[in-house]
Write a protein that binds this ligand. Sequence first.
Ligand code: ZN
Length: 428
Amino acid sequence: MAEPAGRGRAWHDRSVRKDEGAATTSAELRAHNLARLLRAVHDGGGRLTRAELTRQLSLARGTATVLVRDLAGRQLIEELSSPVGVPDGLKVPRTRGRPTGVPSAHPRGPVALAVDLRDDSFTVAAFELTGRCTVLDRQEREAVSGTGMLAEVAAKLQVHRREFGDRVVGVGVAVPSPVSAGQMVQPTLPDWQDLDVAAALGAAPGDADEGLVLVGNDATLAGLAEARRGVLRGVSVALHLHVATGIGGVLLAAGQPVTGARGSAGEFGHMPLTGGTDPCRCGSVGCWELDAGARGLLRAVGQPEEGDRMVRAEQVIAAAATDPGCGQALERAAEALGRGIGALVNAQDPEAVGLSGLAAEVYEAAPAAVQVGYLATLMRFRRAAPPALLSSTLGDLGALTGASELVFDAFLTPRGLGGWPAPEEKTA
Ligand SMILES: [Zn+2]
């Protein structure tokens, strides 16, 4: 069985779907099937009919009916006549002459709060069971310090926990740092160093009201989101690269992030993939992100690497068409991006490569230069059919979506659902 949903546990410790296959008694089997069905509703984004879910999970029709009724009774789902957002004219197909409903998010059902923490801004959003997202706060950095910004996030979360009451099943937080044991071990802001994020967000030890806070690296979570809801959905082995100030990413096998023994794998930006020798802020030398990404772009135009790096890097991309200096910098950073991707594809043999953040922007702005670098470093036998480079479809919502998936991964288990209050116990 999964470990208790503890405060501050690094999310990678928690084996997703660990409860599957452990059912022995009929009560356990029922709890197991309820979690499987709810998971399938979540994964399907609320677009699959009951008949489709029944087939997908190889359930007997009668069993599915009972399970759906049970989940609806507990306000976990609501069965609609058509998926949310589908016009009335396009009704769900009938099976054997009878209409089949679409299990969807219950209006008073579970909510995952998600935070996208960046060094210059933060966003808080609420996600329903089927992945529908409502952005609640989006704030540019006003506080002088990183800890001041975290205090602001904590205050916002307190408001939203009150607002949603016991519908909140957890908080997922994407942070711009590798994470080890819940701490930011190499953050972009100095006063975040070794900070316990869950503790900073007000989850006091043993305080049940504060609930579960799960923390992950932003690039890893952006990749997880693409595998669940974006361009890497259904891809067997995928490499995802997320470029912000630095370059992070994740290898995903069958949709699951490979995050390493301590949860800090995927620091691809700190590999010497482009042949440089300059020292890096991380302690290594010749790191890829010194040549590609925001740092690479700024270095190529001779700008300092401090301050609002992302904004200035985007300005370089925007000016590339008219300013020859910016154009050359973009070409160089784009080719360096491609070279690194080729090296990583040689190492990991993914089926496709997802790109988000500045990686997607650079690829859109200079696709030919990225391809030149990519094909130059790709081993010859791979060049006939190089893995596709796919720009994110989730955009700014990637890391947030991944953070919400952490929460639902913990919730959509027999143990997680066991903590969901029955309607009569609910206060909100
Ligand atoms: Zn480095």
